[in-house]
Write a protein that binds this ligand. Structure first.
Ligand SMILES: C[S@@+](CC[C@H](N)C(=O)[O-])C[C@H]1O[C@@H](n2cnc3c(N)ncnc32)[C@H](O)[C@@H]1O
Length: 310
């Protein structure tokens, strides 16, 4: 049998991989007008136009996110004379920003995307790539998310906030940024966050005497797990308390990423007082009331009632 006549099962693994890539539905999904050059520059496609297997997972996540964001953009009331703005937090190599620009923002003349990233070399590379591709309505700022909130490199109002795996508390800073900039939509896929687990740990002995609930975080592994779960629950209540309607789903199947929780918050301008009370009560139950003064400050009219168990 000639080599090219070998059945698929007989092909060496590398050849089988190449074979699978040729038929990859993600490559087939390229939209009309989508820049193949961009995908090569981002090393999502190899120089000969094949899908780079290492980037496959990232591309799948980004495509999913783009679909959610596209739907959110369609729902936004648009005033054509106002610039549509999106800020991506913890942008990294700016996969998300570039693909959003290429697929959606490129066609919206009065629009702008900002990438916020602390690593100077990534910011430089993203600027150079945007220049090369003629993506002139993309800007990259070399700031932390927390610094970006007060920076005059960004407009006072931002319509859409995104944060894809922004490390640790950068997601919380992105939420604070979104509230300050009166964002219409926030699309968040949080990374691991250690702050709440640290606080749970700090008060562990006291809480074990106070409540059987503290058994949930007695062991360090459980402290991390419950800390991570609690963090996202608190973020959702916090957003609701500040007038956002929140949905929580999976971004892609869990086989693709462990950091897979997608939180979409749409501004409905109606602060949810019940959510605010729940947030306070939950912080009280977990012995975390101090976070009401730091991470989870509430709108004024909800700020004064006393949390349960504090
Ligand atoms: C896990 S990477 C994700 C990058 C990108 N969003 C993606 O999904 O490909 C997190 C990025 O956030 C950046 N970062 C971490 N903390 C940050 C902060 N406080 N402000 C801005 N960027 C931050 C890191 O330098 C890193 O590039």
């Amino acid at each position: 049998m000639k080599p090219e006549q070998k059945s698929r099962r007989e092909l060496p693994l590398a050849a089988r991989r190449r074979d699978a890539v040729d038929a990859d539905p993600l490559v087939d999904e390229l939209r009309p007008g989508q820049s193949v050059e961009l995908l090569k520059e981002l090393h999502i496609l190899t120089r000969d136009g094949k899908l780079n297997q290492d980037s496959r997972r990232k591309l799948k996540q980004v495509y999913h996110l783009v679909q959610f964001i596209e739907k959110c953009l369609q729902e936004l009331p648009r005033e054509p004379e106002r610039t549509l703005t999106l800020a991506d937090h913890g942008a990294g190599k700016s996969y998300l920003g570039f693909i959003l620009y290429d697929l959606l923002f490129k066609a919206i003349e009065n629009s702008r995307i900002f990438g916020i990233e602390t690593r100077a070399e990534l910011v430089q590379k993203s600027r150079a790539l945007a220049d090369r591709l003629g993506f002139h309505r993309m800007s990259f700022v070399n700031l932390s998310v927390a610094e970006a909130t007060a920076s005059d490199e960004l407009p006072t109002q931002i319509d859409v906030v995104t944060a894809l795996h922004a490390c640790d508390t950068a997601t919380d800073d992105a939420i604070a940024f979104g509230l300050e900039k009166v964002a219409q939509v926030m699309v968040l896929v949080p990374c691991c966050q250690a702050e709440i687990a640290r606080s749970l740990n700090a008060n562990k002995a006291l809480n074990l005497r106070r409540t059987p609930l503290a058994e949930l975080w007695r062991h360090p592994l459980h402290t991390r797990e419950i800390g991570s779960q609690l963090t996202n629950v608190l973020r959702c209540l916090y957003l609701q308390a500040h007038g956002y309607q929140v949905t929580v789903t999976e971004l892609v199947g869990w086989e693709h990423s462990m950091k897979n929780e997608l939180i979409i918050a749409r501004r409905v301008k109606k602060p949810d007082r019940v959510a605010a009370q729940r947030l306070k009560d939950l912080l009280g139950e977990f012995g975390l009331t101090e976070l009401l003064h730091t991470r989870f400050t509430l709108p004024q009219d909800n700020a004064h009632s006393v949390p349960m168990n504090s």
